[in-house]
Write a protein that binds this ligand. Structure first.
Ligand code: F6R
Length: 264
């Protein structure tokens, strides 16, 4: 796991965008795994700018989002489909037909949606780079603590912790779903590369458990220790509880010296 501690959230967004741009420049047909939530929004803003000035094109890119609420229509303003439209898709040159979320439309069997999602990911050859955030309880996607590390795309009950964390995004009397369809931990682990972003002091504990704790379903993100190509971009606050901060900083400096800034 490559752990990179940067000054602030803007540097995290910049570092994330640089890596995604490098991937797309290398492979116009890249398959990207995407996340919602607050963390990747600034990075999406930088990708939008890069696309506008012609630095990259999403015209041949395919995307798969990690998760979607169950019980919200795709055009509901709080659905993750709407979120992605607002934060990224409607500002770039992507073909919306190539943007996938595990959406369960009314009258559709959720298990069929989950099975199909796994098949769709396989049919395009798998995910080249999966973008992740991390929940303050250590979840990735909506794989809450105690999720099987062998899990595949499925329906998950959100933890009280997550419902409370996400309540900030809903109006006080608005219906907030407590079920979602999420890629499983094993689905995420099949991505060829993983890029996890975390910012803010409220992520510091989960980040420490993910990187320096034991591999355990209590912190689903800790499964990433078993993946061969994970880059974690942190701001100072999110990295503040790591014991080996000095080591990660030195290793990053040396890697940059050896491999150059072009390394992504
Ligand atoms: C989002 C997702 C979640 C978030 C996590 C962090 O699609 O799957 O795992 O990445 O809850 O959310 P923020 O970025 O809002 O702190």
């Amino acid at each position: 796991m490559e752990v990179i501690i940067l000054k602030d959230a803007d540097e995290v967004a910049e570092g994330g965008a640089r890596r995604v741009c490098a991937l797309i420049r290398q492979n116009r047909n890249a398959v990207l795994g995407l996340a919602t939530g607050t963390t990747p929004v600034a990075m999406y803003g930088k990708l939008i700018s890069a696309c506008r000035i012609g630095e990259i094109s999403f015209s041949e890119v395919t995307t798969f989002n990690l998760d979607e609420y169950l019980g919200l229509a795709p055009d509901h303003p709080q659905s993750y489909r709407s979120f992605m439209q607002r934060q990224l898709f409607e500002h770039i040159d992507i073909d919306t037909d190539n943007t996938y979320l595990p959406t369960c439309r009314a009258g559709t069997d959720p298990e069929t949606v989950c099975r199909l999602y796994e098949e769709q990911i396989k049919s395009v050859g798998g995910i080249d780079m999966q973008i992740l955030g991390i929940g303050s309880n250590g979840h990735i996607g909506f794989n809450e603590p105690m999720s099987s590390l062998a899990s595949r795309t499925r329906v998950k009950t959100l933890s009280e912790h997550t419902v409370a964390d996400n309540s900030r995004l809903f109006e006080p009397n608005e219906y907030q779903p407590s079920l979602a369809i999420t890629m499983g931990v094993a689905t995420i682990m099949e991505a060829r590369r993983i890029l996890l972003l975390a910012t803010g002091p409220h992520k510091a504990r989960a980040v420490r458990e993910m990187i320096e704790g034991s591999v355990t379903s209590r912190c689903p993100a800790s499964a990433l220790q078993l993946h061969q190509r994970v880059t974690v971009l942190l701001d100072e606050a999110a990295g503040s509880e790591l014991e080996s901060q000095g080591y990660y900083k030195r290793a990053h400096e040396q890697n940059t010296e050896l491999l150059g800034a072009s390394n992504f």
